[in-house]
Design a protein around this ligand. Structure first.
Ligand code: BGC
Length: 737
């Protein structure tokens, strides 16, 4: 029987039976023909069944036609462990422990798009291996307030940087026939009240700041999926929002993929049908009821079916949704180039380690780094040196096959050369349990000493250490870097600021490693020898960090956000801006983006507000010289060429950044400058090489609300070139007329 089936199948493949093979099963047919053919064979009920969840992470296929289910997975830093069909609890599989890749803030800090492609390719391979069709990633929301608990999942505060990094990530993922799902579309820039925040933003800020990374992801990256977000915009939830989904995404940008609601983001049947969403997920039911399949109560299930049957909902719209779901299936699990993928392989760990090391940003160095061979007695202080940080934080929490802690990484690298001791120093809140997965430090971190004793013990050992490496920062607990709840302070939690100052008072060689996905206040910055901005680096966290601290890797990361001094300095400061004003008689908060286009460095620059560390900043163990740039005008814009030299004794990489300042025009708000191009170059000691950066004319434009289009003002534009947003020694003026 099996032999007969094989013969029939092979003959069909060879063309012998191709006449009788239904078109939708014919892998050689164009996708649109397969979609149309499948669609015309489906009943109304089968069509509707495809448009809502059938479990926590899947939607139904058409078993009668052999069309498979669609499976989604978080994202964005690794493939989430399996949960039960109907509940969020860990399903207890033993073969789903993934490679944890660095958080997307770290990827942004590499400023190297090729690494984003490698990241996407690797995580896509893991998704494919695990049978996932849609990876719920990347997250491209802008960092508007440093209190947003989910900034670690995003790509920083600049729309251009986020766009340039998101595009290759998407392409890498999709090269495995796994759909990348851009999220959270749009304006989901804080977690507090995320389901009931109505964002008021100018069209200009929407177009210039909050949409570009989505647009680039769709149009340049070719993303096959987009996830509308939880918040409201123009008094409509994003998942039910016709302006966002129908007008901007589908009509204006020509998006032909699938929109997948954020889990539980749909609230109203008529509104969601009017809004244009294709797939409803996570709407408040935990599975089966005694009398029926509870998924049938979803807005896009029976209530939709009723409206179709009695003519209240048009069938053309239904068919458009189904086409998009089918297209996704033919692009992924039913694609001819569909392969098995790879999981937790050495190559993926190597990718994670490399991206981790390349994203680490050296913020200050008085010569304490790289760790010299003379440092024989090293004391590591801080909970984050041992705490598992792949668990927690919300939906991005991972069940990682391994996680090398900073302490372990340092011991791996320095073992034999130096004695590496550890003191906890402070107690952070709890130790995360997420989806019943306990972090491995859960028991390790049970503590009998009180806070005073912990500090005293750390200081005692610090007095005699050759080098103190403090590894602290935020973590993935509630109110830290965590979904659903924002941070409550810019300062480090758990008394770490005081502890760092105390360590610096007893030892002149204190290196602070801050692990976070957000900027933190650093009141002790002038008192310590070195500061390293580390991130949630995943499986190879400790090895990546040790690579940089020991000098095996020369740091080359640059900040994807500004580090302000105080919360009061930040653009979304003030109740009206964040967390918004509670609407009378309603649970909705109105958030006003009064700062308009001025977020991140655009705000600090334009308002002359000093920051601790500027956007784009990061040191190296070598030195660089950026020569005098030359700009030529091309048919599409400008081409900038500049020589970069490594003036030191160690191989390293420098990122040349180009910002543009527009001519002033009365009544028109302009940021002092904005990033329009960058290029990262690797240089051997003493080497000089040129880099070219293309700047299209569109980089000079602003969004004109009157004409609802981009407009370029005539006049003189200044390109500033250098190594960070605050170190731009070269200025070139061009005339646009
Ligand atoms: C998050 C999404 C995530 C989804 C599924 C939601 O709570 O906002 O980012 O993909 O859950 O886990």
């Amino acid at each position: 029987m099996r032999l007969l089936a094989t013969i029939l199948f092979c003959s069909a493949c060879l063309g012998g039976f191709s006449q009788s093979l239904p078109k939708y099963l014919d892998h050689t047919a164009p996708i649109e023909e397969r979609v149309s053919d499948a669609l015309r064979r489906m009943t109304l009920e089968e069509k509707v069944r495809m448009l809502h969840a059938q479990s926590k992470f899947s939607s139904a296929g058409v078993p009668r036609l052999g069309i498979p289910e669609l499976w989604c997975a978080d994202g964005p830093h690794g493939i989430r462990g399996e949960v039960f069909w109907d509940s969020w609890d860990n399903a207890g599989w033993t073969n789903d422990s993934c490679t944890a890749f660095p958080a997307l803030t770290c990827l942004a800090a590499t400023w190297r798009p090729e690494l984003a492609r490698e990241y996407g390719r690797a995580i896509g391979e893991e998704a494919r291996y695990r049978g996932k069709d849609i990876l719920l990633a990347p997250g491209v929301n802008m960092l508007r307030t440093p209190l947003n608990g989910r900034n670690f999942e995003y790509l920083g505060e600049d729309p251009f940087l986020a766009s340039v990094m998101a595009v290759p990530y998407i392409q890498g993922v999709q090269s495995n026939n796994v759909a990348a799902c851009l999220k959270h579309f749009a304006l989901n820039n804080n977690e507090m009240n995320r389901n009931f925040s109505d964002v008021h933003v100018s069209d200009r800020a929407l177009r210039e700041i909050y949409l570009p990374a989505f647009k680039a992801g769709v149009q340049q990256g070719g993303a096959w999926a987009v996830m509308p977000s939880y918040n409201l915009f123009e008094n409509r939830h994003a998942c039910e929002n016709p302006r966002l989904i129908k007008d901007i995404l589908k009509k204006e940008w020509g998006f032909d993929g699938i929109t997948v609601s954020d889990w539980g983001g749909v609230h109203d049947t008529d509104k969601v049908l009017d809004g244009g969403l294709d797939l409803e997920m996570g709407t408040g039911t935990d599975g089966l009821r005694a009398d029926m399949n509870a998924y049938d109560t979803y807005h896009m299930a029976n209530p939709y079916l009723e409206r179709l049957r009695d003519g209240r909902a048009p069938e053309e719209e239904l068919d458009d949704h189904v086409r998009r779901v089918l297209r996704t299936i033919f692009r992924t699990s039913m694609s001819p180039s569909h392969w098995k993928g790879r999981f937790t392989c050495p190559e993926h760990y190597a990718t994670a380690r490399r991206i981790g090391a390349e994203g680490i940003v050296l913020l200050k160095n008085n010569g304490a780094l790289p760790i010299s061979d003379k440092k024989k007695k090293i004391l590591v202080v801080g909970e984050n040196a041992v705490k598992m940080l792949t668990i927690g934080g919300g939906s991005s929490s991972l069940k990682a096959q391994k996680e090398v802690s900073p302490l372990e990484g340092l011991r791996n690298a320095l073992g034999g050369k130096a004695e590496v001791d550890w003191e906890r120093g402070y107690i952070g809140a709890g130790s995360v349990v997420y989806n019943n997965v306990k972090s491995k430090d859960y028991d390790l971190l049970s503590e009998t000493r009180d806070s005073l004793r912990l500090v005293a013990d750390a200081l005692e050992k610090a007095k005699t250490a050759d080098l103190v490496i403090f590894v602290g920062g935020l973590n993935k607990e509630d109110y830290q870097d965590c979904e659903d709840k924002d941070r409550i302070s810019l300062n480090l939690p758990y008394g770490q600021d005081g502890l760092i100052e105390a360590l610096a008072a007893v030892n002149p060689n204190v290196v602070v490693v801050n692990i976070s996905g957000n900027p933190v206040a650093m009141p002790w910055a002038d008192k310590v020898s070195a500061i390293v901005q580390d991130w949630y680096l995943g499986s190879e966290a400790g090895n990546s960090l040790a690579d940089v601290l020991t000098g095996a890797v020369n740091p080359s990361g640059k900040l994807p956000f500004s580090v302000p001094y105080r919360l009061e300095d930040t653009p979304a400061w003030g109740e009206r801006r964040y967390p918004g004003i509670k609407r009378a008689g309603s649970n909705i908060h109105d958030i006003h983006y009064d700062e308009d286009i001025l977020i991140g460095y655009r705000w600090y620059d334009t308002k002359d507000i000093p920051v601790r560390f500027p956007f784009g900043y990061g040191l190296s163990y070598t030195g660089f010289d950026i020569g005098k740039p030359v700009v030529t005008r091309t048919a599409d814009g400008y081409s900038l060429r500049v020589d970069v030299s490594n003036t030191g004794k160690m191989a390293g990489a420098e990122t040349v950044q180009v910002y543009v300042s527009a001519p002033r025009q009365k009544g028109l708000l302009r940021e002092r400058k904005k990033l329009v191009g960058f290029s990262k170059i690797d240089l051997a000691p003493g080497e000089t090489r040129g880099v070219s950066i293309d700047i299209p004319f569109s980089s000079l434009a602003y969004y004109d609300e009157d004409t609802a289009s981009e407009r370029i003002v005539k006049g003189k534009y200044v390109f500033s070139v250098g190594s960070s947003s605050a170190d731009l020694p070269h200025k070139i003026t061009v005339k646009y007329d």
